[in-house]
Design a binder for this molecule. Structure first.
Ligand SMILES: *[C@@H]1O[C@H](CO)[C@@H](O)[C@H](O)[C@H]1NC(C)=O
Ligand SMILES: *[C@@H]1O[C@H](CO)[C@@H](O)[C@H](O)[C@H]1NC(C)=O
Ligand SMILES: *[C@@H]1O[C@H](CO)[C@@H](O)[C@H](O)[C@H]1NC(C)=O
Ligand SMILES: *[C@@H]1O[C@H](CO)[C@@H](O)[C@H](O)[C@H]1NC(C)=O
Ligand SMILES: *[C@@H]1O[C@H](CO)[C@@H](O)[C@H](O)[C@H]1NC(C)=O
Length: 246
């Protein structure tokens, strides 16, 4: 037990020490601002200068004296109180690595962020491909589409399973994800990325009732079409009799 705790302590210490250099991923919706804090306690010595840099090469701001480099005028704001950086109105080109470096006798990294700017996802469209209603158990096949990507799923009142279309690893993917599932009595098609989502939904009850109604209408139609049969026979008999001269 003591050994385990000791090992754990070492592990936590190692993790803690590794922390400043490990980058933090941040996803930002295009057009929004992001506020980046330094990730360790920073005290600046006389000779020290703090820089926020983009992709380790482009200077964004420095302090002291507080200055914003030309390319980031109106785009970046530095805060002297906590050394944080505010980046405004992010666009795709702003995606990349942002780090804060204190330069003195040597360089010390005090923050590292990997920023990924994403657009709002487009709303998907959910359509019913087919459904069957056997013994009041409704089984629906739906297609969830966005642009030229789609998923085909077979759903009942409690769950959906994918039967066709594109499949992607959802886990760590940064590309928009399409998923189909059942919740609250509806089939939900959800198109999402890390910063936004949009959905199209269809109530299962409605789909299955529509199907039942259509079947009932079909049956009624068959009955209506079947009707004239005997009537026509009667007419033929009448006409026949008239011709014979009865
Ligand atoms: C940062 O400073 C605070 C307050 O002085 C202190 O409680 C904390 O332990 C420090 N953190 C690190 C990582 O040195
Ligand atoms: C639902 O329908 C699909 C397609 O017709 C079929 O492949 C699937 O086995 C059905 N599932 C159930 C539970 O009936
Ligand atoms: C729905 O389908 C799943 C998998 O096909 C099945 O295990 C489950 O029993 C079905 N539920 C209902 C209510 O039909
Ligand atoms: C769609 O997916 C996103 C991300 O997984 C989630 O936050 C959101 O609640 C989902 N929307 C619906 C309607 O299920
Ligand atoms: C999700 O779908 C519902 C029903 O179609 C709709 O009212 C809602 O606005 C949608 N939400 C989003 C974020 O697309």
């Amino acid at each position: 037990m003591a050994t385990v705790r000791f090992t754990l302590a070492i592990l936590l210490t190692l993790l803690h020490q590794a922390e400043p250099s490990a980058e933090t991923s941040v996803f930002v919706l295009k057009g929004q601002d992001v506020h980046l804090n330094v990730q360790t306690n920073v005290t600046l010595q006389d000779v020290d200068v703090l820089f926020w840099k983009f992709n380790s090469a482009v200077n964004v701001v420095k302090y002291p004296p507080k200055a914003t480099f030309e390319r980031y005028k109106g785009k970046a704001e530095f805060s002297e109180g906590d050394f944080s950086l505010l980046l405004k109105n992010l666009q795709e080109g702003d995606s990349g690595l942002y780090d804060a470096v204190v330069s003195g006798d040597n360089d010390r990294n005090v923050a590292t962020y990997l920023i990924q700017v994403q657009e709002r996802v487009e709303p998907p469209v959910l359509t019913v491909e087919s459904n069957s209603n056997i013994n009041a158990i409704c089984n629906v096949t739906v297609k969830c589409r966005v642009q030229n990507t789609f998923l085909t799923s077979s759903c009942n009142s409690s769950t959906c399973s994918q039967v066709g279309g594109e499949s992607r690893g959802a886990e760590t993917s940064t590309v928009p994800l399409l998923s189909v599932y059942v919740a609250g009595g509806s089939i939900i098609c959800n198109h999402s990325n890390q910063v936004s989502w949009a959905n199209d939904t269809k109530e299962i009850k409605t789909i299955c009732l529509l199907k039942l109604e259509r079947e009932r209408e079909d049956r009624n139609y068959a009955v209506t079409v079947g009707m004239p049969g005997p009537v026509i026979h009667v007419i033929i008999i009448f006409v026949g009799c008239a011709l014979i001269g009865w």
